[in-house]
Design a protein around this ligand. Sequence first.
Ligand SMILES: [Zn+2]
Length: 118
Amino acid sequence: MGKVSRIEREKRTVRRMIDLYCRLKEGNARRCAACDTLLAYACTRLNRCPFGENKPSCQRCTVHCYKPAMRAKMREVMRFSGPRMLFHYPLDALRHLCANLFSLKGNATTPPRGKNEI
Ligand SMILES: [Zn+2]
């Protein structure tokens, strides 16, 4: 298997988080239309991320590229699925965590902001 790019990995993580949210929180057997839209939107944003492969984790990104409605929904998804990812996909969750830690240093583009501000 070849190396999966950072962006592709990020998309996979986002998809899993959205799926968890849709299944466990909303109780849908399959991803619903709203979550499908959110996922498609997230993937488009990732494809167009100006940082490309060097992108910082979205929590730390200075470019707030989501439009408000999508950002609100994504935040809800992250809040719900974030902790659950540890149980369902520990590797993904750890990688995500590491990416956050590493981006704390050597991220020249951003002054650190408040932790709650995403
Ligand atoms: Zn849903």
